[in-house]
Design a binder for this molecule. Sequence first.
Ligand SMILES: NC(=O)c1ccc[n+]([C@@H]2O[C@H](COP(=O)([O-])OP(=O)(O)OC[C@H]3O[C@@H](n4cnc5c(N)ncnc54)[C@H](OP(=O)(O)O)[C@@H]3O)[C@@H](O)[C@H]2O)c1
Length: 324
Amino acid sequence: MTARSNADTLITVYGGSGFLGRHVVRALAKRDYRIRVAVRRPELANFLQPLGRVGQIHAVQANLRNAASVDAAARDAHVIVNLVGILAEGGKQRFERVHTYGAEQVALAANAHGARLVHVSALGADDNSPAHYARSKAAAENLVQAAQPQAVVLRPSILFGPEDDFFNRFAALARFSPVLPLIGGGATKFQPVFVGDVAAAIADAVDGKLKAGTTYELGGPEVLTFKELMQFMLATIERKRLLVPLPFFAANFKAMFLQFAPSPITLTPDQVEMLKVDNIVSDAAKAEGRTLQALGIEGETVEAIVPSYLWRFRRAGQFRPKSA
Ligand SMILES: NC(=O)c1ccc[n+]([C@@H]2O[C@H](COP(=O)([O-])OP(=O)(O)OC[C@H]3O[C@@H](n4cnc5c(N)ncnc54)[C@H](OP(=O)(O)O)[C@@H]3O)[C@@H](O)[C@H]2O)c1
């Protein structure tokens, strides 16, 4: 029997039109896979097609809250990647429905169609977290592992890259606000990881290079506090803003109102809860070789990548000399 080529291997990517999704689709297309992107609004995923050959990438409709649509999108797939996630609840998009119920439906569909599963969770997923987001991500991991013990689970720290929701959001805020809050004093630690590096790890998992039934924790090469990240962002966009420490109780109170505000001002009580815990790779993951670096991906630094897209928040854009 001859081995199946990548060109004959169909990968269904749930959430393939998102921030991480587009980088995953690009990485898989480069490796010559056939890619089916499953999203709620496939007509908004057409921008992915130039990332591959004619006919290599196509989008179908699937809503993780609807089991039949999830199953239909898994049909004939050899490997399934689940990237669907929401940062905040709104309308019918509830954490339990999208993260937990949805992830279980994807795992069941993968089993039903004999496909391997790569599930993307998040660093900080914790059954006992006070944050709804973190609990729903942990519950999803439990259901995925129960349904398909061989599934590979990847937990990234905060992602950065041209379309990120972190640096872009705070830089947008800094454009009009003279002060930026340092929630909880800004001491929370992060291990920001480049979206392209996480996409490469996911593509390696699709290749079958990661250990089945294993949970990997993906962080970049440096650990930085929230305050250091804000200072770096302000230096990059060449704006001086007051960084004002805001105790957690005050941030919680503020979030009760700001959860209804539009981006970039929006802040939910759940996000405040998440900021109480460091978002870094555990010692256990490092000791057991369940990290990005153990996969042979050193990881890009924030300084190497972020200035290449944050320049648009400078007063005069890309070409103004720093000293002017
Ligand atoms: N961004 C980060 O810093 C970060 C950090 C750690 C972990 N993660 C995890 O990484 C994954 C990808 O994150 P991301 O930043 O790329 O998110 P994103 O940009 O918001 O993309 C989410 C994707 O999910 C799809 N989606 C949302 N609700 C859906 C539903 N009910 N049914 C089907 N598809 C749905 C969206 O497409 P439609 O809206 O068109 O359906 C989109 O393609 C998520 O699991 C997230 O929790 C992200």
